[in-house]
Design a protein around this ligand. Structure first.
Ligand SMILES: [Cu+2]
Length: 282
């Protein structure tokens, strides 16, 4: 990647030289001098068109006003553009990759996004990441830039305010009962455990990503991060904030997945899920 980047800079320098030579040769009148100056400027910043007018980026998780624990997931959203790794299709104005700017501002269009601890590049084409921030208020700016890391400017940025709340320990959910591998009778008595985050009834504060409620997923997988937990016979919501429940199950082997989701029933994903296998006996 470094080699490719250096090659690109060398190319840009060559292009600048090639354009500057004729312009400086025939600057005879004020008008042509001005034109030459404009040419020079254009050579410094390659003349690339704007991105599609309706293209935009948005945070999918967290959202404006969210409360988050110190280490939290971020999901990037984009429409009207395609996410591609850095270094690919660099002059294609419909492609690029995401960046996060912590406590900063959008990068002006055409300016290369700096790379430091406050300006994070997702040059592999990631659409999701995890950040760790100090407790307190922060802004997160999502900034889309092209394959050469040149910003698409404010149009392809979004800034949100988040509040990082200190929590105790690593967030973790677990079945306290039944035990993994247990032989049990129906109705099955269950007890749900949660560390780090707090149990809170659904809908009280959908922006609070430090609390949530339990769900049991029957004979199916955890719900991916940020997706709404369906409400059907395979997905049971405990939206009152229950930490105990019973479940009628048919005899035989079943998997039970405890899945935490936020106040809007958006899943915390696999990291906050726990799957056990039980056998229901008559
Ligand atoms: Cu729910």
């Amino acid at each position: 990647m470094t080699v490719a980047k250096n090659g690109l800079i060398a190319l840009a320098a060559l292009a600048a030289l090639a354009c500057n030579t004729p312009a400086s040769d025939d600057g005879k009148t004020d008008e042509t001098a001005a034109a030459a100056k404009a040419d020079e400027k254009a050579a410094e910043t390659p003349k690339l068109g704007p991105p599609p007018a309706d293209a935009k980026v948005m945070f999918v998780w967290p959202l404006e006003g969210s409360k988050v624990p110190p280490t939290f997931d971020v999901i990037f959203g984009v429409s009207g553009m395609t996410v591609t790794p850095a270094g690919e299709a660099i002059d294609d104005r419909t492609k690029g990759h995401h960046h996060i700017i912590i406590d900063g501002k959008p990068i002006p269009a055409g300016t290369v996004v700096p790379a430091d601890e406050k300006n994070i590049h997702y040059g592999k084409g990631q659409t999701q990441t995890q950040l760790t921030l100090t407790p307190g208020k922060h802004t997160l700016t999502m900034q889309f830039a092209d394959g050469a890391h040149r910003s698409y400017g404010e149009q392809l940025s979004q800034t949100i305010n988040v509040e990082v709340v200190a929590i105790e320990g690593e967030p973790k959910v677990m079945f306290l009962e039944p035990a993994d591998g247990a032989k049990v009778k129906s109705p099955v008595a269950m007890k749900f455990g949660l560390e780090g985050l707090e149990v809170r009834p659904a809908m009280e504060d959908p922006l609070d990503k430090t609390t949530g409620h339990h769900h049991v997923v029957l004979d199916d997988k955890p719900v991916p991060l940020g997706r709404v937990v369906p409400a059907d016979e395979k997905h049971i919501h405990y939206g009152k904030g229950q930490t105990e429940a019973t479940l009628e199950l048919s005899p035989g082997k079943h998997t039970l997945t405890l899945q935490l989701a936020d106040g809007a029933h958006l899943s915390y994903g696999e990291k906050l899920a726990h799957t056990i296998t039980i056998e229901v006996v008559e």
